[in-house]
Design a protein around this ligand. Structure first.
Ligand code: MSP
Length: 480
């Protein structure tokens, strides 16, 4: 059986999830569900990134230990994933002893590429990233993303010989051995690799920051949070000895946001090459979602809480909006106005009405009996191609072409008139076609709106209509 391993970037837990964080989980979930539907042996991993200065600062602010802080916030992330109907098989926490143990093994296995040196330069705690002098100069010493000055560091660190891998990673990307999707992101990372990678610092003195995984054999240093977090994709599978690691690595798709492409398409593959492991087949970098045209920020008060969105209209509309109305390759935007419009228009009026009209007609004219439904007949090649390319928006556009086509068919065929013509055979043909078309649509919706797909199947499967209790997408808001 073909295997399929998909994993997402693991978010920092310095705050609760906002809708942007849902993008990684959702996209990977769509892929996992799609490949399961194809009968593949799927593993899907998500998790939380819990070490580093940012988390340590947050814990200090709350006057608790970092461990206590992460232990109390991580369950909210786990709950959020459940609420969004994310079908992950694993949930990795980087504070888990298994991760820590296996991170130590990875460090040792990379030792021929690790050396001690001194770092003098800048660091942004918000980004958890070392910054070049040019970047610091260009941004006047203040990180534009986090609105805080960079820290000046002068310290002994361990370094990873990233420079040794630039050419091999570049060749792998050019040759399509590791695909970077979309194409313009591939160009972006190839430009970085073209300039050549420089060695990177991969540890911090434990005297300055103790919240991290100790460097094996040196208690004075802890691993740099990014270096250790990237390892999660294989520690979760039990690198190096567990059967899952042997079965599922390399990842078939890694889902990440555009801001962390360099980590995933330059540093991570270099680490894998150092470990003599195969590279992921695809690194898919999506854009960012804003709120009312602006980056979500606490100070602007425009942070969209995904839990609120889900509680208002249910989980499937949330999944639908993000997958269809946020571009899969570029940035996108969320507003309540647009959300409500999509809910009422595309979901309630177009899909929901088709389902209830067709079910009602079969009840009224044929006492609920549909008859033998013919096999699916629409060409799904472009839907499948869209999913292979991580173009979730396009795949849903294809599905909606079918939904609209079906509504048009209802209007053109007018079963209520056929019913008056005393031609039950023709009426049955028309209705059976409609039910078949809905079941086909339900199949295509499985990866995107699993609950809705199930409901439609429940109503029309088995040759008889089971009348639903109410509309699929009620016009009024749900009571939270
Ligand atoms: N902890 C690192 C990832 C380590 S992976 C080994 C990190 N965390 S994060 O919380 O800042 O971001 C987690 C993911 O959410 C990233 O893929 C990031 O691009 C994504 N997003 C953060 N804000 C987002 C939007 N506004 N929109 C879409 N995705 C967003 O980076």
């Amino acid at each position: 059986m073909k295997k399929f391993y998909v994993c997402t970037a693991i978010p920092y837990v310095n705050a609760k999830a906002h809708i942007g964080h849902a993008m990684d989980f959702l996209y990977a979930d769509i892929l996992a569900r799609y490949h399961r539907q194809q009968g593949e042996n799927v593993r899907f991993s998500i998790g939380t990134d819990e070490h580093g200065a940012k988390i340590a600062e947050k814990a200090e602010e709350q006057k608790v230990t970092p461990q206590a802080y992460t232990d109390q916030i991580v369950p909210t992330w786990v709950e959020f994933a459940k609420l969004a109907n994310i079908s992950n098989d694993y949930f990795i926490r980087t504070t888990h002893p298994e991760h820590e143990k296996r991170a130590g093994i990875i460090w040792k296995n990379l030792s021929e590429y690790i050396y001690k040196g001194s770092y003098a330069g800048w660091y942004c705690v918000g980004c958890e990233e070392y910054k070049t002098d040019t970047h610091v100069k260009d941004t006047n010493g203040v990180c534009p993303l986090h609105n805080r000055p960079y820290d000046k560091l002068e310290e002994e660190n361990y370094f990873f010989r990233l420079s040794a891998f630039s050419d091999t990673v570049k060749e792998a990307i050019e040759a399509g051995k590791m695909k970077v999707v979309p194409e313009f992101r591939k160009k972006e990372i190839l430009n970085v690799l073209e300039e050549g990678l420089t060695d990177i610092s991969i540890s911090r003195p434990s005297g300055k920051i103790s919240w991290g995984i100790p460097v094996p054999g040196d208690t004075t240093q802890v691993m740099y949070v990014w270096f250790e977090a990237l390892m999660n994709y294989i520690t979760v599978l039990g690198y190096p000895d567990h059967a899952d690691f042997k079965t599922y690595w390399p990842a078939d798709v890694q889902v990440v946001g555009k801001d962390i492409l360099r980590f995933h398409a330059a540093i991570w593959p270099s680490m894998l090459l150092g470990l003599k492991l195969p590279l992921p087949s695809v690194v898919y970098a999506h854009g960012h979602v804003s709120s009312g045209g602006q980056k979500m920020s606490k100070s602007l008060g425009n942070v969209i809480d995904p839990v609120e969105v889900i509680e208002k209209y249910g989980v499937d509309p949330f999944r639908y909006y993000l997958a269809r109305h946020i571009s899969s390759y570029d940035d996108g935007d969320f507003t309540w106005e647009k959300y409500t419009e999509v809910y009422n228009g595309e979901l309630a009026n177009e899909l929901g009405n088709a389902v209830s009209r067709i079910a009602t007609m079969v009840m009224k004219y044929q006492e609920g009996v549909i008859g033998d439904i013919p096999p699916a007949e629409h060409d799904t090649a472009s839907y499948r191609e869209a999913l292979e390319l991580c173009r979730f928006d396009r795949a849903l556009e294809d599905v909606w072409d079918q939904v609209r086509g079906l509504n048009q068919y209802i209007e053109e065929e007018k079963p209520w008139q056929v019913a008056k013509e005393n031609d039950p055979e023709h009426l049955q043909e028309v209705l059976v076609y409609m039910c078949g078309a809905l079941l086909e649509i339900a199949d295509l919706l499985v990866p995107f709106m699993p609950e809705t797909a199930e409901k439609i199947k429940h109503i029309f499967a088995d040759g008889v209509v089971r009348m639903p209790d109410g509309p699929l997408f009620p016009k009024e808001e749900k009571q939270a």
